[in-house]
Write a protein that binds this ligand. Structure first.
Ligand SMILES: [Zn+2]
Length: 443
């Protein structure tokens, strides 16, 4: 048993003072005591928040960050971005994918993510997903592996295009990958399934896949990211994507609808009532010009959400949360929108809600500093000028809205320190491997 003491910690009921935490040998939180004395405890280097889950990652897209920001011949939108992504997909080898994933996962850890859901649809039969598991283990981040079902290029079971060949998977392929991956399950490695989207799966394949799953297994799907997808879904299935999913499947706590950007008021209310998580990816959705999620109405209906890095144009949870709130402010022309009964502070509310929603989406016992949860801790740098003379809500608000990068000092995953004083032990080696992979990928 190891004891830690901190002056400020973000607990589920809000910020607490003088908190002693005990972490047991399994990596679980064994006790949480506020208003305590630091007796016999290691004093942490600053305020402590629960580790954040990154609920939506396509790790290989990390290598594209910054490369799709020049205007092409036609008007650029999501569909032209996808052309560049396909060029990467045609080339990337398992070694390169692992090198990119390792670099990414270390960056995620250094910013306060302690777990990631890897939504993987580029095959090299079976091997690619396990390379992501290897990268996760090397970095120390917890992972939920989400092998993707990807059969068609569009609604109406249109055959895959030549460049989409590496996505080609049927329900039996996905279940075989799941079966192999299940041998690796532990408190910090989990497995789910990721039917890519309603345009890439047909209703029969989706039913077949979901019918074969064990209880409680996470199900993630891209839904309603683009208005074009909504229009095509209406034409093909007679319903909007979220509406169709809610009517045709038992969408519940196991589900994460990634993006869910374009919902009408009824879909917003019904998704909130389902208990599923909306997987919001603010930096990627902004980068791709997707649209704006109806967060105020969804939260008012009790909707759960978490954050994902998706294409990884941001690897920083504080930045994702800031963007999430700012887009709503720009739309509503009002300030301080995401607040709750727990806290009137937006930074505190966003962090707590996204951490809890992300934990649910990954089906991992994390997302709160509480008895029995995995000991995933994000320790901020108490010596930073931008945290000076702050306590409680002002700490989370400064982290999310203060505009200072690098406030995270130490990061613990399941009782083990993976980042200490801003450094990860493998960061130089990972960066060298990443540069080598990019030299080949971009050649
Ligand atoms: Zn995605």
């Amino acid at each position: 048993m190891t004891r830690y003491f901190t002056r400020d910690a973000l607990l589920p009921q809000g910020w607490a003072r003088d908190v002693t935490l005990e972490v047991d040998a399994r990596g679980d939180i064994a006790s949480v005591q506020a208003d305590s004395q630091p007796r016999g405890a290691q004093t942490l280097g600053g305020p402590v928040l629960p580790g954040m889950a990154n609920l939506h990652s396509h790790a290989f897209q990390r290598a594209m960050a910054g490369l799709a920001e020049t205007r092409g011949a036609s008007q650029d939108d999501f569909w032209t971005w996808r052309e560049l992504m396909y060029r990467f997909v045609e080339r990337i080898t398992p070694d390169e994918a692992q090198a990119v994933a390792l670099q990414l996962y270390i960056e995620l850890l250094k910013n306060g993510y302690t777990a990631v859901a890897e939504f993987h649809y580029v095959q090299h039969p079976g091997e690619m997903l396990m390379r992501h598991l290897a990268a996760a283990r090397e970095s120390g981040i917890a992972i939920t592996l989400m092998p993707s079902l990807y059969r068609w290029s569009n609604f109406g079971s249109r055959a895959l295009e030549p460049r989409q060949r590496r996505f080609d998977t049927g329900p039996a392929d996905v279940l075989a990958i799941v079966e192999a991956a299940r041998r690796e399950i532990s408190p910090d490695v989990n497995v789910g399934v990721a039917p890519h989207s309603l345009r890439a799966v047909d209703p029969g394949s989706l039913r077949e896949l979901l019918g074969a799953l064990g209880p409680g297994m996470p199900v993630h799907i891209h839904a309603a990211e683009q208005t074009k997808e909504v229009d095509e879904c209406l034409a093909a299935l007679g319903k909007r994507p979220v509406e169709w999913l809610l009517e045709n499947h038992r969408v519940d706590e196991r589900w994460c609808l990634v993006h869910a950007t374009h919902m009408n008021a009824e879909e917003t209310r019904a998704l909130a009532a389902s208990g599923a998580v909306a997987g919001l990816c603010p930096s990627t959705e902004g980068n791709l010009g997707d649209g704006i999620f109806a967060l105020p109405g969804y939260r008012a209906a009790g909707g759960r959400y978490g954050i994902g890095g998706d294409s990884h144009v941001s690897r920083d949870p504080a930045e994702e949360l800031r963007l999430l709130e700012y887009v709503q402010r720009l739309t509503a022309r009002k300030r301080n929108l995401v607040v709750s009964q727990v806290s009137e502070a937006v930074g505190t509310t966003l962090w707590l809600e996204a951490a809890a929603g992300g934990a649910q989406a990954l089906a991992r016992n994390m997302g709160a500093i509480a008895l029995g949860k995995r000991a995933d801790l994000v320790v901020l740098d108490g010596g930073q000028p931008d945290l000076a003379a702050r306590s409680g809500d002002a700490i989370a608000n400064s982290l999310v809205f203060g505009g200072t990068p690098g406030l995270v000092r130490d990061v613990m995953v399941a009782g083990k320190w993976q980042v200490q004083q801003g450094r990860h032990a493998a960061e130089e080696a990972a960066a060298a491997g990443y540069k080598r992979a990019l030299a080949t990928l971009l050649a």
